[in-house]
Design a binder for this molecule. Structure first.
Ligand SMILES: Cc1cc2nc3c(=O)[nH]c(=O)nc-3n(C[C@H](O)[C@H](O)[C@H](O)COP(=O)(O)OP(=O)(O)OC[C@H]3O[C@@H](n4cnc5c(N)ncnc54)[C@H](O)[C@@H]3O)c2cc1C
Length: 446
């Protein structure tokens, strides 16, 4: 049907950065996305966690920073804002403008984007993928590339081609819950923050709103425990909630959860989506009736359920719990992660954070993106090779953007030099990343 140098599967943050970087580095690039739009989970209205370490050092640059800069100009971001809670700073973005910018970036770079296309299989010869099978109107077609990037979040391509993987916790198989972000319009965000925030909210200004506005805060619904129990709003008391926005009068609420879901099983995920849609409606009525600042709000649930955890490939290296707790640095680094491990308990849905050791950042080794036994594929995003605990950090969006960009450059290099991913000259890749500003300052320990 169509041939290319680099074929990217998945158009979330990871795939956007990957395809943009591959095309910018000279590869004829196609991106396949099963949804009818680009941006993946980032479009639901979240913060790009995280660019700045607990010591105040920025370690994430490249396309990740370019997107923030361009979103500020579009009115869809307010920059990196200091926050004195579980994380040093927050970077909220408007989900719809993130989608718009992602679409623009890909178009500018010359990526061919195919929407509504589901990868359902692979053709493999030895460890080489010779084509991916896609379900489209008209049936199953095959697309071929020199190098493939799996940015599906679920490692669909790598697993179909024979990669080993772990799903959820290695011992129990449990995965983090799925959630649906509630988008609220016509809110008074200062009143909400005054009523619920447990630490000083992150405050920002924008050129069109010069007075500081609260853009990020977290809290718990403890003062409404009686009402919540009586009306069965949440399964637990002191239920945690996270708010983010870039506007003074709209806010995104992240507090819903359905546990025991397998995001790779369409029946399980569809059933969870029905439950979340109903749960979100109940939460919106509770907010309107009881929580100051929501009295005049209208509510829109995000259009799909967000999946935190499914498969992680078995790579040439697995990022370990210890790598996170000691803030380990690797010779084959392709970038750094500085957001704490963020685990929503698979049984209760409640969030817990664990700090990264040393200087507050650990390296992403190139080997963690290479599935064992396969040659011309690189995996990026939340499904790289990491323990369930380490995945609590790797799954966040700044790391996904970093991995995506590095994977894009690596795949373009591999396609150009006719080199497989395990044999790629990592020093050469690092040199390009450094030159293109992805690494700026991030390899210096402080
Ligand atoms: C409720 C929730 C809140 C979160 N909050 C934050 C936060 O505040 N900050 C933060 O940094 N992170 C947050 N995260 C984590 C973060 O959003 C995700 O881990 C990250 O966006 C993953 O990016 P990705 O590109 O790897 O995957 P995704 O965004 O999931 O993108 C993968 C894309 O691939 C497509 N796809 C999948 N399979 C196929 C296939 N077979 N064929 C074609 N296309 C396919 C999907 O449709 C999707 O668009 C949150 C996650 C959830 C669920």
């Amino acid at each position: 049907m169509l041939d290319c140098d680099v074929l990217v599967v998945g158009g979330g943050v990871t795939g956007v950065a990957a395809a943009t970087a591959a095309a910018r580095n000279g590869a004829k690039t196609i991106l396949l996305e099963s949804k009818p739009f680009i941006g993946g989970n980032a479009t639901t209205g979240l913060c790009l966690h995280n660019y700045i370490t607990k010591n105040g050092r920025q370690v994430v640059f490249g396309i990740a920073q370019e997107m923030v800069d361009r979103l500020i100009t579009m009115g869809g971001a307010v920059g990196h804002i200091p926050y004195g809670s579980f994380v040093h700073s927050v970077t909220p973005v408007d989900g719809e403008l993130f989608r718009t910018l992602s679409t623009e970036l890909l178009d500018e770079a010359g990526v061919m984007v195919l929407l509504g296309v589901n990868v359902v299989g692979t053709e493999v010869d030895g460890g080489n993928i010779t084509g991916v099978q896609v379900a489209v109107k008209g049936g199953i077609k095959t697309l071929r590339a020199k190098t493939y990037i799996d940015a599906s979040g679920d490692a669909d391509v790598a697993v179909s081609a024979g990669a080993n993987y772990t799903k959820g916790d290695r011992k129990t198989g449990k995965m983090q819950p799925v959630s649906m972000v509630l988008r609220c319009f016509g809110t008074n965000n200062q009143q909400i923050a005054d009523a619920i925030a447990i630490s000083t909210p992150a405050m920002a200004t924008r050129s069109d709103y010069p007075e500081p506005i609260p853009v990020y805060f977290n809290g718990a619904f403890s003062q409404w425990n009686d009402i919540i129990r009586e009306n069965n709003i949440f399964p637990n008391e002191d239920h945690k909630v996270f708010f983010n926005t870039v506007w003074p009068n709209n806010i995104n609420v992240n507090t819903s959860a359905v546990v025991g879901v397998d995001g790779t099983d369409p029946i399980s995920l569809s059933s969870a989506t029905v439950k979340l849609t109903k749960q979100i409606y109940k939460i919106s009525q509770f907010l309107k009736d009881h929580v100051p600042g929501f009295e005049n709000a209208s509510f829109v649930p995000s259009s799909f359920a967000g999946v935190r955890e499914t498969r992680r490939i078995e790579g040439l290296y697995e990022i370990t719990d210890e790598d996170v707790s000691v803030g380990r640095k690797f010779e084959d680094t392709i970038g750094q992660i500085c957001f704490p491990v963020d685990i929503h308990d698979p049984d209760t849905g409640q969030a817990h954070f664990y700090e990264i050791g040393d200087d507050g950042a650990f390296d992403i080794p190139y080997r963690a993106m290479i599935p064992k036994g396969l040659e011309n594929i690189i995996v990026a995003g939340r499904c790289i090779s990491a323990t369930s605990f380490a995945h609590g950090a790797t799954r966040n969006m700044a790391p996904c953007l970093v991995m995506g960009e590095s994977a894009g450059v690596a795949a373009a290099l591999g396609a150009k030099d006719n080199v497989t991913m395990p044999k790629l000259d990592v020093a050469k890749l690092q040199g390009i990343l450094e030159k293109q500003g992805v690494f700026l300052g991030s390899r210096v320990k402080q």
